[in-house]
Structure formats: structure tokens, C-alpha cells
Design a protein around this ligand. Structure first.
Ligand SMILES: *Cc1c(COP(=O)(O)O)cnc(C)c1O
Length: 399
């Protein structure tokens, strides 16, 4: 017998759960793309995206996924032969760096353990060693979705300043925007990339590059920028189609408008961050209670270095895959796979799973997911201590 009939639940770290209101907003007739509501709505989206990113800088929007924003951010700041410093804490940091390499950029990499965040002392040392200021940019991921580590972006700005280094600070907030606190201007970030399908609760297919005045100057100094990726007209268009370098993503605009209403104008970004933090605490409390050696364990031991968007778990292979299959087939819950923790053909790959808790998530969704995981661990035979759901209930009851 399966108990999976009923509404399914996607607890992976993106794409995330879409609010019914977002879907309903997209269920509408094709609009005029030359004038009228769509043009005005797009202007309000720009304003609200900047509010979510906490910036007075600019934003360029792309019809593409997070990888598109990665490419756009590099195309507007670097050229072949330039050099950057990549701070890699997992699969996604690696991916962004690989994209720079493919564009002919020389990438020096500082690689950190998959169970920890960026070590700022090593960054400071690398920047101080770069006496000729050969690095044009430092790239880092705020939350590496593969490990669920949260990096200290404000600390990175301090490291750059302490070394007197002029490199651009470029940050990937694709997993964390509107989930983990992020302050683009206050933290001195020059370029930030994000996408629609995670904390922004909208289907995959839109992405964003936010940039500071300093980054805009760097863009102006480049001799050659691909017309499609160029952020100049996308952020300050003379005519509407230039926002998109072509036809607007009409229904994504409708969906994102509603999502931003919910985040910025109804709940408020501070309240959204606080909700996400408490829900994440409930998830961690459950796994801390269940945790045993040889059973299930949180990938990031220090709670202050964990993201509120996603939690990465380690088990003994193949328990991760068995648990995912059990909860999907028997309870209608889909958990995330381990990404980048082991090669796909390595049996160890089956030891990992992730719980996404970003965006349109509330207490009953999290408690339901955790109780389902407990049932799955019992069914599959994953060793665990009792009391995980009770520990999560305790966190939720103290709100
Ligand atoms: C999801 C994600 C990406 C990739 O986004 P796509 O939309 O799949 O291209 C990049 N970086 C981080 C941190 C992510 O979470």
C-alpha cells in the first residue's frame, strides 16, 4: 500500500514550492508587450527586487536559470586573460568558477572543506599576497546548496578592505535570497546573482544580476561585451524590450509580481527571514535529536554556519537514496539528492540527501516533512535516536 495520494510535496532545495497565488497570477491571457500594464509591472518588479537584495544599485534581468546569471555576471566584469580568486565551498562555487575558466579567465581557487564555510584567514592571506592586485574579482557563494554551508559575506568585504584590495566582490545568492539575511549595500557586495525558483517562489526561468556603481564602471571599461549578456540596457532600457533583449517573459513577470507582493509588501523581508530561521531551527533540532554515528548526521556541525534554506544530511550509503525513495513512493514527499559530495558512479553517492526549506514554507509543511522522514527512517532501517519530531515541535511551540 502507498500513502502518497493527496497533494505531493517538493522538499528539494530548488525549484521550491510555488504559492497557489503565484500560479493563479500566471493563469491569464497573453498581455500587450509594447505598452500598458506589463511595462508598469516590470518597473515595480525592479524596485522590489532591489528591496529584497537590500541595494540601491542596479539589476539586470535575464530569461534563464541561475547558470545564465553566472555567465552574465562574468561577461560584464571580466575578459579573457583576466584573473580572479574563487572561494569554493562546494559544487556551486565550483560551477561558477568553471564558467569563468571557460570564458578564458584565469581562476585561482581556494577550496574549503565540504563540511565548513570559507576560512577568512586564508582569504586575507591570499589577498595580501596579491601585491600587484592581479585579481579583478573575488567570487563566492553565499549558501552553497550542495553542502548547506552559509558563508560570511560581510567578513569577505572586511578581508578585502583589510588587504586594501580593489577586486570586485561577487556573490551567488541563488539559494539564499529572501531566505538567509543578505545586505548587498551594507556588506559592500559589487555583484550578486539570483534566480526566480528558490526563495523567490516563482518557476525556474528568470535570473538576476545586481550590480554596484563600481561594477558598472568596470563594465564600461571592457572593450567587448556580448550583446545578449550586456547588463547596460537591461538595467536602464530606452524601450521596454531592452529589459529582456527581446520578448518579455510575460507570465513569469505576473508570477514574480505576486511573489514579491507576498515577500516585500505582505510578510516583509525581515519577517520572512525570521520565519525561515525558526523553521530551519526546527529541522536542525530534529536531526540533532535523531543523530547517531552510522545513522544520520547534519553535514554542518556549527549551527551558526548553517543556511536557513537547505539542510544537507549524511547517512551510511545507500540509506540516503533508500530514504528518498521510501518517502516519495509512500508519502508523497520528494527530498533532495546529494550533489557534488561523491561521484555519480560511486556507491557513497547514495549516502547523502538534502531537505529544502526555502521560500513558501510554513510550520506544518516542515513538521509534516520531518515526521515523514522519521517514518521513512524507521521503515528503511536507518539507525536513529528517538525524539526528532518532538524536538522540532518544541521549537515550533515556542514561537
Ligand atoms: C540552484 C543554484 C544554482 C544553479 O541555478 P540553476 O537555476 O540550476 O542554473 C547556482 N548556485 C546556487 C547556490 C544554487 O543554489
Amino acid at each position: 500500500m502507498s500513502l502518497s495520494n493527496g497533494r505531493t510535496y517538493l522538499a528539494i532545495p530548488g525549484p521550491s514550492v510555488m504559492p497557489d497565488r503565484v500560479l493563479q497570477a500566471m493563469h491569464s491571457a497573453a498581455p500587450n508587450i509594447y505598452e500598458g500594464d506589463l511595462v508598469e509591472t516590470t518597473r515595480t518588479i525592479v524596485t522590489d527586487l532591489k528591496a529584497v537584495a537590500r541595494t540601491k544599485g542596479q539589476v539586470a534581468m535575464y530569461i534563464g536559470n541561475g547558470h545564465a546569471a553566472w555567465e552574465a555576471s562574468l561577461a560584464n566584469t571580466l575578459q579573457a586573460g583576466d584573473k580572479i580568486l574563487a572561494l569554493v565551498t562546494g559544487h556551486f562555487g565550483e560551477g561558477w568558477a568553471a564558467m569563468a575558466t571557460a570564458l578564458g579567465v584565469t581562476v585561482d581557487t581556494l577550496e574549503f572543506d565540504s563540511r565548513s564555510d570559507i576560512d577568512l584567514a586564508q582569504v586575507t592571506a591570499a589577498l595580501s599576497d596579491d601585491k600587484t592586485h592581479s585579481y579583478k574579482a573575488v567570487i563566492a557563494v553565499h549558501v552553497d546548496t550542495s553542502t548547506s554551508a552559509l558563508n560570511d559575506i560581510s567578513g569577505l568585504r572586511q578581508a578585502l578592505d583589510a588587504a586594501g584590495h580593489p577586486a570586485l566582490l561577487m556573490v551567488d545568492c541563488i539559494a539564499s535570497l529572501a531566505v538567509d539575511r543578505f545586505e548587498m549595500d551594507a556588506w559592500g557586495v559589487d555583484v550578486m546573482v539570483a534566480a526566480s525558483q528558490k526563495g523567490l517562489m516563482t518557476p525556474p526561468g528568470m535570473s538576476f544580476v545586481f550590480f554596484s556603481d563600481k561594477a558598472a564602471e568596470v563594465r564600461k571599461s571592457l572593450p567587448l561585451v556580448s550583446n545578449y549578456w550586456d547588463w547596460t540596457k537591461r538595467s536602464e532600457p530606452d524601450v521596454f524590450y531592452q529589459y529582456w533583449c527581446g520578448t518579455a517573459p510575460t507570465h513569469h513577470i505576473f508570477g514574480l509580481r505576486t511573489a514579491l507582493d507576498m515577500i516585500v509588501h505582505e510578510e516583509g523581508i525581515e519577517a520572512a527571514w525570521a520565519r525561515q530561521a525558526t523553521l530551519a531551527k526546527a529541522v536542525w533540532a530534529a536531526f540533532e535529536a535523531w543523530s547517531t554515528t552510522g545513522g544520520v548526521q547534519l553535514n554542518i556541525a556549527d549551527p551558526s554556519k548553517r543556511s536557513n534554506a537547505v539542510t544537507m544530511l549524511r547517512t551510511k550509503a545507500p540509506h540516503g537514496t533508500q530514504l528518498r525513495q521510501w518517502v516519495e513512493q509512500n508519502a508523497g514527499v520528494t527530498l533532495g539528492i546529494g550533489v557534488g559530495m561523491a561521484a555519480l558512479d560511486d556507491p557513497e553517492w547514495h549516502g547523502f540527501f538534502r531537505v529544502g526549506h526555502m521560500g513558501h514554507v510554513n510550520a506544518h509543511m516542515v513538521l509534516g516533512t520531518l515526521a515523514t522522514i522519521e517514518a521513512g527512517m524507521k521503515a528503511v532501517g536507518i539507525p536513529h535516536n528517538p525524539g526528532g519530531v518532538a524536538a522540532a515541535v518544541n521549537v515550533i511551540s515556542q514561537v
